[in-house]
Design a protein around this ligand. Sequence first.
Ligand code: AMP
Length: 113
Amino acid sequence: MSETLFSKIINRDIPADIVYEDEQCLAFRDIAPQAPMHILLIPKKPIPKVADSEPTDQMLLGHLLLKAGEIATAEGYGDAFRLIVNNGEKAGQTVFHLHMHILGGRELTWPPG
Ligand code: AMP
């Protein structure tokens, strides 16, 4: 897989406002926030999109979900937040390194656009 913006953030080649990191994942604030809390949570493993993940990624994908909840709670939005994973261009994905948007701090309507 070719290097993406997010692998450059993992490698500290470009700066980001990092809010959480462990050996498997990294979380940083979105540069164009769509809510008072808008954090991107990414695996360090460069999986392009969620549909490209494999059975061996099961633990990693579960880890991301667990950490998303912990991060939202640590940010003070544990009672109401939304997780979004865009998969593919037509679904709005622009960076092809799997990432979860963690949004909170405003009313989030349904259905999403
Ligand atoms: P998506 O459209 O689901 O692929 O989401 C990509 C997200 O990355 C968008 O919400 C962008 O605002 C965000 N983004 C792009 N460049 C950066 C950056 N340098 N630092 C933080 N977030 C970024």
